[in-house]
Design a binder for this molecule. Sequence first.
Ligand SMILES: Cc1cc2nc3c(=O)[nH]c(=O)nc-3n(C[C@H](O)[C@H](O)[C@H](O)COP(=O)(O)OP(=O)(O)OC[C@H]3O[C@@H](n4cnc5c(N)ncnc54)[C@H](O)[C@@H]3O)c2cc1C
Length: 376
Amino acid sequence: MIGAGAAGSAAAYALARRGQEVLLLEQFHVGHERGSSFGPSRIFRLAYEEPDYAGLAQAALASWQALEVASGQPLYWRTGGLDLGPAGTPSLEAVYASLDALGAAPQRLARRELARRYPQWQVPPDWEAVYSPEAGIVSPERTLRVLTTLGRQHGARVLEGVAALDIELGTQPAVRTSRGVVTCDHLIVAAGAWLPRLVPQLQASLSVTLAASSFYRPEDISAFGPERFPVFITHDEFQAYGFPVFGVPGVKLGVDVARPVTSGDDRTFEVPPQVSGASDAFMRRFLPGASAVMERHTCLITRAPGGDFVLAPHPACLHITLASPCSGHGFKFTPLLGELLAARALGETHPWHLPRFAFPTPIGQTTEAQPLPGGL
Ligand SMILES: Cc1cc2nc3c(=O)[nH]c(=O)nc-3n(C[C@H](O)[C@H](O)[C@H](O)COP(=O)(O)OP(=O)(O)OC[C@H]3O[C@@H](n4cnc5c(N)ncnc54)[C@H](O)[C@@H]3O)c2cc1C
């Protein structure tokens, strides 16, 4: 298996737990900050406009709970979630309808009710919010630690600092690494932003972009804790998403205003000025009690067409599975995706393996990031 990010670590654990011999290669170290799966927090939510992903998220919630039991550690923190924007915005209406259809008890909060329950927010008079009770936080740094520890306990070998250089197709795929050649019965390539380099057939379909998060120090830290301040997404020109104080003593914010196209090797770690400017402006305007910037980070988003995931056989080799479950919203499904990948490697059909995870059709070349599918 190549890549110990969320997808590879979850697949390694799922296969090792089922008694399979597993070797997981990671070019850097588990939890490194050059890919997509690091940091304290990702949003978990059920609210998807697409029923496929809403159902997948419900199934994923059960898989998080199973992983919590297996590890004896909390891995999902329920904070509730707020979707905010001008009343009547179609995507906000869609969030409400999707949660309602799932029986997830969404609540509409008019501006006055929003101000009463969450006085941290200063929104324009025509805004409203949809509150979703099941939304919360899942944590890349904790999850990767748990998955690789449990995987190792079940016999998986996780080799850090070993890069896969190229892949030879065949009934027993071979991987040439920086430390020699390894052959296997089935190879899973979960290489994140490096996948298009290892599998050139994906270069025309996957786009890699640079996203950024900023952390802001609140004046009153208790007002922005997970019990009082839900995760959020805005349906406005900022397309912002954010978190309460969790793991780091600051409110975390991302804005989807610009994501330069890059690659795993060519990326920079610099936050584009228009992103930091928009992020700071958002906090000053909507959350003025937490507007002093503390730190910023960059992260890579590997997007498949339509914001879908790729969990598919290599087009020229059935003994290789390609895994690109990012598209900016994949982390919430991590333990379930591990089970899906394990099932594929063992030739089984998992009930949540959706037709939309097939090998993608190429998109036209682009120099601009495409929007994410209905938020995170
Ligand atoms: C800014 C940002 C915000 C996000 N927010 C959310 C959110 O709120 N909610 C949500 O659900 N999801 C979110 N996501 C998406 C989520 O983080 C990703 O879906 C997930 O982390 C993807 O994991 P991965 O395993 O596919 O890729 P990665 O984590 O990048 O893992 C790939 C691994 O493969 C390794 N590798 C690559 N090439 C080789 C090689 N040749 N040899 C050996 N190892 C190799 C890499 O070093 C890396 O460790 C967000 C993503 C970003 C970037």
